[in-house]
Design a protein around this ligand. Sequence first.
Ligand code: FE2
Length: 446
Amino acid sequence: MNKVKKDYWHYSDLVYQEAEIKANRFNFTFTGALIILDILIFVLSLLGVFTAPLALVIPACIIAASLFISPLLVWLIFDKFVKYKYSLLQWKECKYLIYVPVYFALLIVDIMLSQHAVLLIVIPPLMAAQYRFIRRDWWLIFITTVVTIPIIIYGSFLFGLADYNLLKTVNLEEADSIAERFNLFNAKRAVDLFLHHCLPRIFAIIAIDFLMASIVQRNVNMLKKQVELNNEVNDQIEKQNRLQTAVIEELASVIETRDLGTGEHVRRTKLYVALICERLAEEDKYKDILTPETINKIVTAAPMHDIGKIAVSDTILLKPGKLTDEEFNQMKVHSVKGGEMVKNFFKNFDDHDFYEEAYAIATYHHEKWDGSGYPDGLKEEEIPLAARIMAIADVFDALVSKRVYKEPIPAEEAFDVIVKEAGHHFDPEMINIIKTIKDEFINASK
Ligand SMILES: [Fe+2]
C-alpha cells in the first residue's frame, strides 16, 4: 500500500513538471514563429527589399533551420519511434535542447541579415524566463548574451554586412575588401567599435538579463507558494482520509466481533483486495481503470463489505449449523442493508467515487459471475469491478478462517477452490490473472 500512497500524494513534483512542460511548449511555439519570421526576411531579400547577399543568407537560413529542427527530431525519435517512457517535453533538461540550438540558429540568421541583432539577442533571456533557471544557468545566459555582442559587431564588420552607421567608424573606402578590413583591425578602431557599438549593447543586454532573472525569480516564488498551498491541502485531505479509514475499520471490526471475529477478517480481506487490484492494474485492460487513486478508494472501502450484518439477528449470525432457507434469506438482507448504510453515510460526501465503490462493495459482494448470486442476480460484467474483486477476497478468507459453522481449510487448498470457481462464482479472466500471485495470497493469509 505504501507504493499506492506515495504515487497518490506526490503533488509537488507534478506542479514543477507541469510548469516545465508549459515553458517547453511556449518556447517551441515562440521559436517556431521566429524562424518563420527569418524565412520571411529571406524571401524579402530575394525580392530585393533587403540588401543582404543571398550567398550568405541561404546557408545561414539552412543552418538555422537545421538547428531549430534538431530538438524536434530528437523529440520525434524519443517519443514516437523509441517510445520513451516519459515524453521528452516532460524532461526538465529539454529546456537546453530547445534553448541552445535555437539560440545559435537565431544568432546565425541575425549575423547574416543585419548587425542590428540586439533585439533578437534578448530572446535567450526571454526564453530562459519561462523556466525555473538556477544560478549557474543564469551565468550561462549572462555570459553567452554578453559575449555574443562583440562577436556580432566584429563579425558583421568583417563580413561587410555592417550598415553605414557601423562602417563610418572606419574609412568607407577602406572597407571594400575583407583583406583591408582585417588590416583595419588596429587597436584604435577595435576600441572604437567596442566603445561605440559593443558597450551600449552590452549594457542593454545586462539590463535585460537582470530584468528576466527577476521575472524567473518571481515565477519560482509563485510556484513555491503553489506547492506549499498544495501540500497544506494534501495534508488536510490525508488527515481526513486517515480519520475516515480509522472510522470505517473500527466500525467493521465492531460488526465482526458480533459473529465472534477478531477484526482479522477485515484486515486480511483488505490485504487480498489490495493484492488483486495491484496485480490487475499491471494488465492493459485494467491499467486505466485501476489507477492508484481508484485502488486506494476500493481498498479503503473493502472493510465495509459486511457492514449490513448489523441488521442480521445474533441467532442467525451465531448459529453453529446450516441455516434454514428462511434464515438464509434473512442473512442475504445484509447486502442490501449494507448498501443503504453506505448511502446514508456517504451520499453527501464530497468524494462521490469513493461512495460508489463502497456502495458497490457492500451491495454486490455476493453476486456471482454466472448470475446465481444475490441480491440482484447480476451476472458477468454487470457486477461492478470492485464487487467482483471483493467477492474473491471475501470467499478466500472465509475458507481459511474458522467460523461457528465450519473449520478452516489450508490456504493452498482454498486458493485452488477459488480457481475452480472461475466462470461460476468468479470472473474467469480475473482469476486467470491472479493465479500468478498465489504465493502472495497464501502469505497474506498467515
Ligand atoms: Fe457478506
